[in-house]
Design a protein around this ligand. Sequence first.
Ligand code: SF4
Length: 298
Amino acid sequence: MSVNRRYVSRTDPDATVTRHSGGKPKLRYKTHRVVDRRHEVITATKVTAGRVDDGEMLEEMVQRTQENTRGEVKTVVADSRYGSTKNYLYCHDAGIKAHIPSLEKTQRGSGRQRGIFGREEFVYDEGRDVYVCPGGQELKRRMYNRKRNTYEYKASAGVCGGCSLRGRCTRAKDGRSVKRHVRQEELDVMRAVAGSVEAKRDLKTRQHLSERSFARSTRYGYKRARWRRLWRMEIQDYLVAAVQNITILANQMDIKPVLSERRSIQGLKHSFLHWIRAIIAVMGNPVLSEPVTASRMR
Ligand code: SF4
């Protein structure tokens, strides 16, 4: 059972015990952020408990960006933590290009998956609905996993046991299986886009863009949670994001809008939106079509 189900902090029940970058598990929050590619404007920000998975946030962050900017997101650039099946299908249905490396591919080189044939080594024969493995054997459709929406394909019993490629193919006693999602064709298209030259270029840009945005936040005390409870963290987060956006605006032009309604989260959110819209009004829509999503713990 997860430690966060067994224990709740008495001093800050909204924070969760999370390990970050190999460090010790600590009570943490996490900031999820979307940054405009052209001017590094922070177009959406959200604080959650530290244990919240980045991949779960993609849809909400895209929607927040569209609402805040009144623009349309056409491409999303993010790291492999966002590269889940669910996110690829969401982007497919929303007509968004997902420049996101596949989580499955990234995890393949580690743990029990190390040195094992990837699923792309298995060729799907659509007419016969079978996979042909690197050893030339057929894997036939067996079980359906309702939760994952996948079919499992497997060779007949005993086939893998006598195969000379077994050591590179599977560690399972009953032989190798391959999963096929019911929307596999759409997933293959999305993964091909994610592996394109354009996507690789965007991912390189994203790396320094998101690093720089979070690095600049440290000037405004971002690295430390100044208060307890999530709603106070939201105040801190909106303030940091607003200050960073004001700095961008101030560097570009000579106007000084006045922050209003400072005393409530809603007021801070309005100020944050006000600044984004001020930037759009003066600089033109800063092409929020290729936002970059990222997250950081503290
Ligand atoms: S172990 Fe099984 S699935 Fe893998 S190559 Fe051999 S026969 Fe094919």
